[in-house]
Design a protein around this ligand. Structure first.
Ligand SMILES: Cc1ncc(COP(=O)(O)O)c(C=O)c1O
Length: 349
């Protein structure tokens, strides 16, 4: 096994998970071939499985969720097009302005802090055709919405958004970095959430606990262009079955347990919620993410993070006043309680 993690309780992200022994064994035993030529049987099994789960015709295996988003934007948009998305979404703030650089499109950020905008808000943002204006082309939905506190898009809101977008000739893309968290929280299947989208993807390296990988799905027509962009971005791989095997393992073993992460997130939130100086940004907790503001504590987030780090605990810093704790399969209930207790001790020594 690799080196021990630097933090014994790492709440910085659900990407902090280490592949388990079972996952590593599945990787070691994977049948492989040349992925770039479509000859890797394990990759093919994974992409077929995810396409089926999302109710889409085909899927491709990619190294990261960011590449899924960037390929989808590039396929759906022409230069000068406009993408409508929640203002707090990953494609807005965390992908190096990829929409502008790669798809040569602009993003119009809309909606409330939860990231869940309404059909009315979308309708107001879709532009009338006009030579001087960008062309409204694509609507992006982040399910769950990360910076909205892991908020879950309700099916009914999605239905209204999908109908409106399609009636107005816009396409729809789902950033499903944490789609399976939404499914665990709501009991809605991934297919019901994703089927009507023109493209949708799942991340394997977050709550599912894989070291790498994401799967982007869509129609056969979408996939022809997506494959071209995958190659162009250098995302085509060789014997990638060793990492796809981790994905297959995760889909079999790590999906049902996601609700444990949600329970731990809620448990942690309950323990810190009443501490003077702490204000939960989103409450109740929707899935596995807890955002809290510490500005009334008199301490900066960097001071709190440093004091926690001395005890082997890492919590994310979102800003000088906001922290994010993420619950995942390497965090059990005892760790969750220990992190809450450490935070309390720092605020009230
Ligand atoms: C909502 C969302 N979308 C996309 C990504 C990008 O995924 P990756 O880190 O696999 O590139 C992330 C990563 O944190 C995310 O939270």
């Amino acid at each position: 096994m690799g080196a021990q993690p630097a933090f014994t309780i790492d709440l910085v992200s659900d990407t902090a998970t280490r592949p388990s022994r079972g996952m590593r064994e599945a990787m070691a035993a994977a049948e492989v071939g040349d992925e770039q030529r479509g000859e890797d049987p394990t990759v093919n099994a994974l992409t077929q499985k995810v396409a089926g789960m999302l109710g889409q015709e085909e899927a491709i295996f990619l190294p990261s969720g960011t590449m899924c988003n960037q390929i989808a934007l590039a396929v759906h948009c022409l230069p000068g097009d406009e993408i409508i998305a929640a203002g707090n979404s990953h494609i807005v703030a965390s992908e190096g302005a990829g929409a502008a650089v790669l798809a040569r499109s602009v993003i119009r950020g809309i909606g409330p802090p939860s990231g869940i905008f309404s059909a009315e808000e979308l309708a107001a943002a879709i532009r009338q055709p006009n030579l001087k204006a960008p062309r409204s082309k694509l609507v992006c939905i982040e399910q769950t919405n990360n910076r909205g506190g892991g908020s879950v898009w309700p099916l009914e809101t999605l239905r209204q958004i999908i109908d409106l977008a399609h009636n107005r000739g816009l396409r729809l893309h789902m950033d499903g970095a944490r789609l399976l968290n939404a499914c665990a929280a709501s009991g809605v299947s991934p297919e019901r959430y994703a089927k009507a989208f023109d493209s949708a993807w799942l991340d394997l390296s977050k709550g599912l606990g894989c070291p790498i990988g994401a799967v982007l799905a869509g129609s056969a027509e979408f996939m022809r262009e997506a494959n071209r962009w995958k190659h162009r971005f250098g995302g085509a791989m060789r014997q990638a079955g060793i990492i796809a095997a981790a994905g297959l393992y995760a889909l079999e073993h790590n999906v049902l347990r996601l609700s444990e992460d949600h329970r731990n997130a809620a448990r942690f939130a309950e323990q810190i919620r009443t501490l003077p100086g702490i204000r939960l940004m989103f409450y109740p907790i929707s899935t596995n993410l807890v955002f809290f503001d510490v500005s009334d504590s008199g301490l900066a987030t960097s001071d709190i993070a440093r004091a926690l780090a001395e005890q082997g605990i890492r919590i994310g810093i979102e800003s000088p006043s906001v922290m994010r704790a993420v619950f995942h399969l390497d965090i059990d209930t005892a760790m969750c309680d220990a992190a809450a207790a450490a935070l309390k001790d720092i605020l009230f020594p």
